[in-house]
Design a protein. Structure first.
Length: 352
C-alpha cells in the first residue's frame, strides 16, 4: 500500500512538472491588438516580464526540485520606473524597490543586478540607457548623480559634481557626438556631458511655460537624427530640441480629451518617427506623428495582459518592440509595433 501511495505522489508531481514546463497543451490566449478589426492592426501585445523566472533557463531537475520542496528563488520586479533594451538583448529595469538596476539577459536567459555595492552603489535609480560600447548609464535621484558602468556592470565613473543635480531622472546618449543628456526634474533643465569622461558641457531649459522652458520635466528620448524629445510633465506637453538644445517644436496640453495629457511620464520614438507618450493617469500609451496629431492609443487600466496600473517609463528598441514599466502591476509589458520593417522580417522568415 505504501509503495502505491508513493508512486501515485510521484506521478502527480510529474504531471505538475509537465504543466509547469509547458509540455501539456493549454488553450492559446486571444491575441491582443490595437486598433480592433476591421482596422489594420498597428500594435500587438507580446508578453509581460515580472520575474527572473520569465527569462531564466532552468533544468528539468531544478524545476522538479523547486516543485517538490516548494522553494522558488525567482527575483521579482518590485517598483519599476525606467526600462531599456540594448543591442544584445539585455533588458535593464530601474527598480526603486530593490533598489538596483535589474538586468534580464533574454538571449542568455540569465538574471543579475547592478549597483548593489561599492562606489557604484545605487540608492534610488531612475533612468537607464546604454551605448554601443556596452557602457551602462544610470541616474540616481536620491544621491543626485549619474553612474556609469562597463558592459559587465563594473563601476567606471560618476557624473555630476556636488550641486550639479537636484533630481536627475531621464537619460539618453548621442553616440555620434559623445554626449549624455540628463533631465533634472527640480532644476527644470537638461544637462549635457561628455560620455567618455563625464565632463559637463552645457545645459538648456529653465523653469517656465515659454518655448524651450520646462516645468518639472521627467523623461527623454532621442531619435536617429539626434533630436531630443523631452517630457515636459507639468507643462503637459512634449518639447522637441536639436542636439544643441535649441527648441524645435512642441505639442500637447492638459485635459482628459484624446491627445491631451493628465500625468505624462515615459516617452519614446519608433523607427518611423512616431512619438509615444505614457500617461500614468490614463493608464495608456498615446502615439503621435511629428506634428503632434494623435494616431492611436493602447492599454487601459487593469492587471490583465496588455493593461496598466500607473505605468511610468518606456523604451522602443531597433526591432520596434515597445517596453513599458507597469509600476503597480510589478512588471514590464512588451508590445510590437507592426512597422514596415517588422512586416518585411516576417515575410522573409516565412520564405525561409
Amino acid at each position: 500500500m505504501g509503495m502505491k501511495i508513493r508512486r501515485n505522489r510521484l506521478f502527480g508531481l510529474l504531471i505538475v512538472l509537465l504543466l509547469a514546463t509547458g509540455c501539456a497543451t493549454a488553450p492559446k490566449p486571444a491575441e491582443l491588438i490595437w486598433p480592433l478589426p476591421p482596422e489594420e492592426p498597428r500594435i500587438k501585445y507580446v508578453k509581460s516580464i515580472s520575474s527572473s523566472n520569465d527569462i531564466e533557463r532552468k533544468s528539468f531537475w531544478k524545476t522538479l526540485s523547486e516543485i517538490i520542496t516548494g522553494s522558488q528563488s525567482a527575483a521579482r520586479i518590485a517598483k519599476p520606473y525606467a526600462v531599456h533594451m540594448d543591442r544584445e538583448g539585455r533588458l535593464f529595469v530601474t527598480d526603486s524597490g530593490w533598489p538596483t538596476v535589474l538586468l534580464f539577459d533574454t538571449k542568455k536567459q540569465e538574471f543579475t543586478v547592478i549597483g548593489l555595492e561599492g562606489p557604484g552603489v545605487l540608492a534610488k535609480p531612475m533612468g537607464v540607457t546604454t551605448d554601443a560600447a556596452g557602457r551602462i548609464y544610470v541616474t540616481d535621484t536620491l544621491e543626485n548623480r549619474a553612474v556609469v558602468y562597463d558592459h559587465d556592470g563594473n563601476f567606471l565613473f560618476g557624473i555630476g559634481e556636488k550641486g550639479r543635480f537636484d533630481q536627475p531622472v531621464g537619460v539618453v546618449v548621442n553616440e555620434a557626438l559623445n554626449r549624455v543628456y540628463i533631465v533634472d526634474t527640480k532644476k527644470h533643465n537638461v544637462s549635457v556631458f561628455d560620455s567618455k569622461d563625464g565632463k559637463f558641457l552645457f545645459d538648456f531649459g529653465g523653469r517656465g511655460v515659454e518655448d524651450g522652458q520646462l516645468n518639472f520635466p521627467t523623461n527623454i528620448a532621442i531619435d536617429k537624427d539626434g533630436k531630443l524629445f523631452v517630457m515636459d510633465t507639468f507643462n503637459f506637453r512634449v518639447q522637441i530640441f536639436d542636439p544643441d538644445g535649441k527648441f524645435v517644436s512642441k505639442f500637447g496640453s492638459v485635459g482628459t480629451g484624446l491627445g491631451q495629457f493628465a500625468k505624462p511620464k515615459g516617452i519614446a520614438v519608433d523607427s518611423e518617427g512616431h512619438i509615444y507618450v505614457v500617461d500614468a493617469a490614463f493608464n495608456n500609451v498615446q502615439i503621435f506623428d511629428r506634428q503632434g496629431q494623435l494616431l492611436l492609443f493602447f492599454g487601459g487600466f487593469g492587471n490583465r495582459s496588455g493593461q496598466f496600473w500607473l505605468p511610468a517609463g518606456m523604451y522602443i528598441d531597433q526591432d520596434d518592440l515597445i517596453y513599458v514599466a507597469d509600476q503597480y502591476n510589478h512588471r514590464i509589458n512588451v508590445y510590437q509595433y507592426l512597422s514596415e520593417n517588422y512586416k518585411a522580417r516576417q515575410a522573409a522568415a516565412v520564405k525561409k
